[in-house]
Design a protein around this ligand. Structure first.
Ligand SMILES: [Zn+2]
Length: 238
């Protein structure tokens, strides 16, 4: 049931031919530092949700305890004891809950009775995600716009869509495109803009260690390819 739904949920269908992708030859370090996304779909195995969440948490807890143990931490310490369980719960229930299509927000649209046909901008939507190369936080804001055709969406649903796709191991480019694709689908219009400005802890805390820089990614389609429409949107989110 879930397996046939890959495309619809922004999840990559598995590679069936077993051929390594052209990125396979680059070292993981190169890939990570260049933040290359191999696909706009999240790479997930077909059996990703056969294991129940409870079982996933038990396993992650066990393995995270081992990581801490290898690092030499004394897990009998009161302060550390509960950490593996907390991490496991956070991964499955919060940070990566957007991997599971069952957690996708249900979207209801309303008739556009007041005939609003101008631009609607929802700005400063919080983005809290994790970089899939380093499992470190990505934090920032998304600004979304669309031009209503016949239907309008509940405003909080825009936030929910951002949240759903953010709660995965991500690269910012893919997150931007996944949100835009979903909006085009649910709103039934090409006239969609997504702008994300976010800080990457993997850039700030490790590697180059440059704090306070942020990354901007955009996805424009339909009328937003028009310079004036785009300018109106950019003016609105300034
Ligand atoms: Zn990273």
């Amino acid at each position: 049931m879930i397996n046939s739904n890959y495309e619809a949920n922004g999840v990559a269908a598995p590679h069936l031919n077993g051929n390594p992708s052209r990125y396979a030859e680059a070292s993981t370090d190169e890939l990570g530092d260049q933040h290359i996304a191999t696909s706009y779909e999240t790479p997930l195995r077909p059996d990703a949700f056969e294991m129940p969440d409870e079982e996933k948490m038990v396993k992650i807890e066990k393995h995270f305890r081992e990581i801490m143990d290898i690092l030499g931490l004394d897990l009998r310490d009161d302060s550390l004891q509960g950490t593996p369980k907390r991490v496991a719960k956070m991964f499955v229930r919060e940070a990566f809950s957007g991997l599971n299509p069952l957690n996708k927000p249900s979207i209801s649209l309303f008739e556009n009775k007041f005939q609003y046909r101008q631009m609607l901008v929802e700005k400063n939507i919080q983005v809290q995600s994790f970089c899939e190369h380093h499992f470190l936080p990505i934090q920032g804001h998304a600004h979304i716009a669309y031009i209503a055709n016949g239907k309008v969406i509940g405003l909080s649903k825009l936030n929910r869509i951002v949240e759903y796709y953010a709660r995965r191991p991500q690269v910012q480019e893919r997150l931007t495109v996944q949100i835009a694709k979903e909006l085009r689908k649910v709103l039934g219009t090409e006239d969609v803009a997504v702008y994300i400005d976010a800080r990457h802890m993997c850039v700030e805390m490790r590697g180059v260690q440059h704090p306070n820089c942020s990354t901007v990614t955009t996805e424009y389609s339909g009328k937003f390819l028009n310079e004036n429409t785009r300018a109106e949107f950019l003016q609105a989110i300034r």
